[in-house]
Design a protein around this ligand. Structure first.
Ligand SMILES: NC(=O)c1ccc[n+]([C@@H]2O[C@H](COP(=O)([O-])OP(=O)(O)OC[C@H]3O[C@@H](n4cnc5c(N)ncnc54)[C@H](O)[C@@H]3O)[C@@H](O)[C@H]2O)c1
Length: 455
């Protein structure tokens, strides 16, 4: 292993820490730097600051090959390929905030050697050219800049990193691109070799397309609700067409997380800044915003005014498998419900602690059944697999009003009806309005519906 390059990772958040641990698993030594001393101290002590399935074990197993530091010099002196994984959040203008990326360039010691600087952070098209100018201005023109966007998904991040659909490497210097290709060889993935701007665009265009697919199916779901069609069957039938594909066709309360909204907005602003009006992306964002608010309308449809009603939220994280609360739908929905005068309770299997300071007026519970006791509605926000295991009969028994509003279509209307719960999903028939406690009558309809509904 001694001839292998040492890798540097700057910014050990969701992307940086997963990348570092995976490269270590592949046998590379990895020097990780973050500016938050507490995070570095935690990692040195073997504590993982984020929740990602399998990550704690991976870090532990590869502890010998992982170094954590706050000192950038330790990275540049030891590593020959350095990945930039710092956050690039949106600014008020909607453009991506590149200050942390620029800070990394500013912090590189002036005696930095012949390293490859690989940008994994998601950045607007044109960033590479700007970074090259900053490097030149600091007398670091010999640093070889490449774009290497990351496509992992939180919740499946390790598997995504280890088995990527493709590795994209954008660079102008062949030697740097070759070093990157060789580094990734153990992944046995297809490699897209291209220029920096194209690599940057592949990343933002991919995220914008996925977000578009979600908003599209959500609009189809909304039309299904008006017309009696079932979006689950529609999506299944559409997805069988290989030109469409079956992924990202799950109707729900919209996308959240730190990436889609930010990247759609950054692409829209990037286009706007250069004089092009990217029309479709306005709709993607608007549909996504409205989708969360429609869920509140569904509650009002069943319960009337929400003032004084107790609403119990199942799930807080923006998706299952993570404790990430960035741009989570739960934040918007909880504050809308509070504004309507409801009492809001919530439970999440892993995100409770992260959520607590963000949702100060929400009663956060460690036990879903306890939270549902006496509630007027259960609202499924995050499709954690453990919620699918809930005993719905028991749920119906403990609630004051047995109503389930399923924001992710995790349950079937039949299951809910069988348990005696009024049910309202997204874009599917089978809502039970009226007296939901008449279990035996509903059950026969439910059996028929079970035949038709397949998740
Ligand atoms: N989270 C995802 O699922 C995902 C997937 C693909 C791409 N991305 C992109 O990757 C980038 C990182 O995302 P993330 O979710 O890992 O962010 P994050 O906020 O979890 O992590 C960023 C880390 O960088 C650190 N940092 C900031 N400035 C630094 C500096 N100068 N030196 C060292 N460390 C510094 C922060 O302290 C933090 O620990 C973003 O551009 C994001 O768009 C994220």
């Amino acid at each position: 292993m001694s001839s292998q390059p040492v890798i540097g990772v700057i910014g050990v958040g969701y992307v940086g820490l997963v990348s570092a641990a995976c490269f270590a698993e592949l046998g590379y030594h990895v020097v990780c730097r973050d500016i938050v001393p507490e995070k570095v101290d935690d990692l040195k002590a073997g504590r993982i600051p984020i929740y990602e399935p399998g990550l704690a074990d991976l870090v532990k197993r590869n502890a010998q090959r992982l170094t954590f530091t706050t000192d950038i010099r330790e990275v540049t002196e030891r590593a020959s390929i350095v990945f930039v994984c710092v956050n690039t959040p949106p600014m008020y203008s909607g453009d991506a905030d590149l200050s942390r990326v620029e800070q990394v360039i500013d912090e590189l010691p002036t005696d930095t050697g012949d390293i490859v600087l690989a940008m994994k952070s998601t950045v607007p098209v044109g960033t590479g050219a700007r970074m090259q100018q900053l490097l030149d201005a600091r007398g670091l023109g010999h640093v070889q800049y490449v774009s290497n966007p990351e496509f992992l998904k939180e919740g499946d991040a390790i598997a995504d990193f280890m088995n990527p659909d493709r590795v994209v490497i954008g660079g102008t210097q062949d030697s740097a691109v070759e070093r990157m290709v060789k580094l990734h060889a153990p992944l046995e993935s297809e490699v897209v070799r291209t220029d920096v701007a194209t690599a940057e665009m592949i990343k933002v265009a991919s995220n914008a397309f996925l977000a578009t697919k979600i908003s599209f199916i959500n609009e189809i779901a909304n039309v299904c609700e008006e017309t009696g069609a079932d979006v689950i069957q529609v999506a299944r039938g559409m997805g069988m067409d290989q030109r469409i594909g079956r992924h990202f066709l799950n109707a729900g309360i919209g996308f959240g997380g730190s990436c889609f909204g930010k990247d759609v907005s950054a692409l829209k602003q990037l286009a706007g800044n250069s004089g092009y009006h990217f029309q479709i992306l306005n709709s993607v964002m608007e549909v996504n915003e409205l989708q969360k608010r429609r869920l509140v309308q569904k509650l009002i449809k069943h319960l009337g005014p929400l003032r004084g009603k107790t609403i119990a939220l199942l799930g807080l994280a923006f998706k299952p498998g993570t404790d990430d609360m960035r741009e989570a739908a739960s934040l918007v929905i909880a504050s809308r419900l509070l504004a309507e005068g409801a009492f809001v309770r919530a439970h999440d299997p892993v995100a409770n602690e992260v959520a607590r300071p963000l949702l100060r007026n929400v009663e956060i519970s460690d036990d879903p059944l306890e939270m549902l006791t006496g509630a007027d509605a259960a609202v499924l926000i995050t499709e954690w697999p453990e919620y699918a295991e809930l005993d719905l009969v028991r749920v119906a028994e403990v609630m004051r009003t047995p109503l389930l509003v399923d924001g992710r279509n995790l349950f079937s209307p039949a299951q809910a009806a069988h348990a005696g719960l009024a049910y309202e999903g997204i874009g599917r028939p089978g809502s039970t309005v009226g007296n939901p406690r008449r279990r035996s009558e509903d059950a026969s309809d439910a059996d028929a519906a079970t035949q038709a509904v397949e998740r």
